[in-house]
Design a protein around this ligand. Structure first.
Ligand code: ZN
Length: 611
């Protein structure tokens, strides 16, 4: 971190530190003075921008207490103006904007309503964080004079929510989308089906939600629960009606967020098979998987059974009609091919079609689904396993097991969305396991910020963008879903929107701290992991193990104890020199402070784990 600071010319660092925006814009020049928002300020916009103007008006009215008049773009009074370019400005593309604030007025210009919307989001981030409370503010609002030119690096800037492992209410999903849009994300990937729950009502097959949306209630750690007992009622779960979906789609569209629905097949289909056992290879009746230790059982659709495709045709037809976006995600990941190996129907299909192994059977399955998807006017996207055995032309790949799938897909001429788990899995721990005590892998904010979506081996033209994936095995509540999303989604927002050369970690971290206030004021939970103490070991010249203490956020004091007591700012202070572990110490406990205030949580590690 320090090294990066030193390498930068001081002037450029200073200039950036004054920029409060996340994601950082392509260019922002600070002007003189400010534009005061008052009762005389109007919002002037063409009819085509009515939605964008209304959202801004609603937000400002909540904090000023007076409604700003909406007037026509021709009105010449003091105003926040929104103007669509009459001739396309190529540099701005489909989502870019120019925001000009002077004491005389505010103008947002763009080629499209989406660009105007993003200009508005930047404008709102120039106002005090307290506007996020949406309550009357005593303080008058002023916008600092700036000139911003901005456009995204990628067209696919996504977050995925796994709604199957745990069900989230419609109002939470809307809040999640609203929060995404403030940071210029434009794709909400909705993982609607999996073994533990089918969340979308399908008119033709009500059993899918009557059975598949509900499982027996269990609490504790996912994957360790007991299975259903015979006769036990499945009361835990929920689903969205077609009406709910239309409402969420419309809500997202108003915020320029496209929803990509995922129907995960042929694996991860346990909830579908709970409703229709006849489309599995084993035809076993089993209830919807509740996260028990014995696993989901036969959760793979039979590729030799015609009814699998008949069912999927109707399901995908309804899904296509509910979601107006281009892409339909069909999963395709982690198919347990042992079921196909032992299934006479699957084996017969392989013989008939001349398929040499189960990978080619998977390819056969995905190609058939891809034809269905295309018939409904959509493009298919799936997890990187869909490449195995060959992929239909025109299908897009979401690379999750690392960048390799994306590289292979890009080289084969497929469009790619990069979501490698090393950078993009938001269910991974943000801080030391000893603090969270749940979950496994580790992915700090800094790790996420280092994500580079374009691998060197691939023509960048094939990389649509990237996204963060929030799997919810260990996320049972809305508050926890937000906690795991933020602030790492700040890092992804910036990776996916901002020019690579504008990404500077210390500057980003300083902006993240300011945006924590905005999250708090918006009532959005976040992880304070950047303030948590971290520890690593190093051996000194004599081979003894020393402890190095550090944090992600700068300017924190670290205090530690070896005698088992909870540390505070009167404990031993870490000076930057690695600390020798005293003989007889049983554990080390570390805490962080800034200006006399505790900032991070207490890290406590048994010394035995550090040798
Ligand atoms: Zn089969």
């Amino acid at each position: 971190m320090l090294v990066i600071c030193l390498l930068l010319p001081a002037s450029s660092l200073r200039a950036q530190l004054t920029n409060p925006l996340i994601p950082i814009p392509v260019e922002m020049v600070t002007g003189k003075g400010a534009f005061p928002i008052s009762r005389e300020t109007a919002i002037a916009a063409d009819a085509a921008l009515h939605g964008e103007a209304a959202l801004l008006r609603e937000q400002l009215t909540a904090v000023t207490g007076y409604p700003l008049p909406l007037v026509s773009a021709r009105n010449t009074g003091k105003a926040i103006r929104m103007q669509l370019n009459t001739s396309n400005e190529a540099a701005l593309g489909k989502e870019g904007y120019r925001l000009n604030i002077t004491p005389a007025g505010v103008i947002i210009r763009a080629n499209t309503p989406a660009g105007i919307f993003y200009g508005v989001q930047s404008l709102l981030q120039l106002l005090p964080p307290a506007i996020e409370k949406r309550q009357l503010m005593q303080q008058a609002l002023t916008l600092p004079a700036v000139s911003v030119t901005d456009y995204p690096r990628f067209g696919w800037r996504g977050l995925m929510l796994d709604d199957s492992r745990h069900f989230f209410s419609k109002s939470f999903v809307k809040k999640y989308i609203d929060q995404m849009a403030k940071y210029k994300f434009n794709v909400f990937h909705w993982h609607l089906t999996d073994d533990p729950g089918w969340r979308l009502a399908i008119q033709k097959y009500p059993q899918l939600t009557e059975i598949g949306a509900w499982r027996v209630p269990r609490t504790g750690r996912w994957g360790t629960y007991s299975g259903p007992v015979p006769g036990e009622r499945a009361t835990d779960g929920g689903f969205y009606s077609a009406e709910d979906i239309r409402e969420v789609v419309q809500y997202a569209a108003a915020r320029h967020v496209t929803i990509v629905p995922e129907i995960d097949v042929p694996g991860h289909s346990g909830a579908l098979i709970a409703a229709f056992p006849e489309v599995s290879c084993k035809h076993e009746h089993h209830p919807t998987y509740p996260g028990s230790s014995e696993g989901p059982g036969d959760n793979v659709l039979c590729a030799g059974e015609e009814k699998s495709f008949v069912l999927l045709d109707s399901i995908l037809g309804e899904v296509a009609s509910l979601f107006p976006g281009t892409y339909l995600h069909i999963g395709g990941d982690e198919v347990d091919k042992s079921f196909w190996k032992q299934c006479p129907k699957c084996q017969r299909r392989m013989k008939q079609e001349g398929l040499k192994d189960e990978h080619e059977l998977q390819s056969y399955f995905i190609k058939r689904v891809s034809r269905i998807v295309e018939r409904y006017g959509k493009k298919l996207i799936g997890w990187d396993e869909i490449l195995e055995g060959g992929l239909a032309p025109g299908a897009a790949v979401m690379s999750w097991r690392g960048p390799e799938g994306g590289i292979a897909a890009g080289k084969a001429g497929h469009a790619v969305v990069m979501t490698p788990l090393q950078f993009c899995y938001l269910d991974y721990l943000q801080t030391d396991w000893h603090i969270e005590q749940i979950g496994g892998n580790h992915l700090t904010l800094t790790d996420t910020y280092r994500f580079e979506p374009v691998p060197e081996e691939v023509d960048p033209a094939y990389i649509l963008g990237g996204q963060g994936n929030l799997w919810t095995e260990f996320i049972a509540s809305p508050g926890r879903a937000e906690y795991m999303t933020w602030p790492r989604a700040f890092a992804l927002a910036e990776v996916l929107w901002s020019p690579k050369k504008e990404r500077v970690l210390p500057d980003f971290l300083s902006r993240v701290e300011k945006h924590f206030v905005r999250l708090s004021d918006a009532g959005v939970n976040y992880a304070p992991a950047i303030y948590d103490p971290q520890v690593r070991t190093e051996k000194n010249a004599t081979g003894a193990v020393n402890l190095v203490l550090f944090t992600e956020a700068p300017d924190l004091e670290l205090y530690y104890t070896f005698e088992g007591v909870r540390p505070d700012r009167y404990a031993l202070k870490y000076t930057g020199t690695p600390v020798a572990i005293p003989a007889g110490a049983s554990d080390v406990k570390v805490v962080t402070y800034r200006n006399g205030k505790q900032m991070g949580r207490v890290l406590s590690i048994n010394i035995k784990e550090l040798h």
